[in-house]
Design a protein around this ligand. Sequence first.
Ligand SMILES: *Cc1c(COP(=O)(O)O)cnc(C)c1O
Length: 410
Amino acid sequence: MQERFTGLFTQQEPIPEDGIEAAIAVLRHGRLHRYNTAEGEVAEAALLEEEFAALTGAKYCLAVASGGYALGCALRAVGIAAGEPVLTNAFTLAPVPGAIASVGGQPVFVEVTEDLTLDFDDLAAKAKATGARLLMLSHMRGHLCDMEALVALCADLGVTIIEDCAHTMGASWNGVPSGRHGLIGCYSMQTYKHVNAGEGGFLISDDAEVMARAVLLSGSYMLYGKHRAAPPPEAFEAVRMVTPNVSGRMDNLRAAILRPQLRVLGERVARWEVLYRTLEAGLADTNGLRLVPRPDAETFVGSSFQFLLPDFSPARIASFLARSVARGVEVKWFGADDPVAFTSRYDHWRYAAPQSLPQTDRILAGLFDLRLPLTFTPDDAAQIARILRAEVLAVGQGPEPEAVALPKVQ
Ligand SMILES: *Cc1c(COP(=O)(O)O)cnc(C)c1O
């Protein structure tokens, strides 16, 4: 009998008990809106921002309704103009180009490298060709590029970096937290990310003017004085009457659920690394399979796992996916012609101008992806590796398999 994995790739851990208690306290008093506070009370949302600023070392932090909202808000806060080009990764997920399009920007996709990070040569070429002054850098699936080199390159190019840290909350590069290299760092607290409030987002920055605009944009009315991780009142003077309200606030219920999770983020990152390294060790030296190198400078969050089967034909890929999924391993593929659940590709985002990215096409055609929820144990990770390894070896040999339909996974 072949072994079959029975864990659920979409099942996260429960909310910690202290988060549940804090949420119930908010429900009991009923003051869910962040500016609805009793005499002398500090809102959960304001405390959450203060704690995330401390965790990342940022001067300012704003909590908002979603990660996608944070990205759009960041672009507005830096004054994006209608039709302005915005450089971004070709290998990312739909909320990133979506945020650019939502504020009237034009996504300009930059090629991905074999290591799943931004291609610096293509970045420089496209910055020069388009005159773009903004880069929305997606640390897609937690792979950080050489951040010092990128900061230097963007300074040369006159390009401002906004970081999409949806997959790197808790990660760092040479000890600097992800989100602290660019002008603004944006995060997501959606269920599949590293802390879970269902939905939610953060912006962090050291720039007072940009963050004053972000606070006003998020829908602070004239109550920004109630924030604790916002710039001082003077920073709002010049912008308070000219910044539109685009409501997207964080509420006290979700903030209450999140605060205890920030306290265990470091411990989660350590547990994720064990799962990731177990899977990586189990797949090492598998003929035909390429692992993604992890640079020493990077502290990563192993909440997902990627590998490449660069030489597999479409028929072998379909067979590998079908056989793995049949054995309970929900492996996803970035090469599909149509978007599947959360997984889509730059050429599916047809609101952006059509662009040709041959290097990205080649890499995504052989790129596979797994979620690693913390409900999995190291034994689970070892079993997943055994199944994948066996299927890569079985499908990679012999004559071309018959064409099969792609399995549907979330
Ligand atoms: C999840 C995600 C976001 C933010 O998405 P929301 O669902 O709006 O919180 C941004 N970028 C990437 C790469 C993501 O995966």
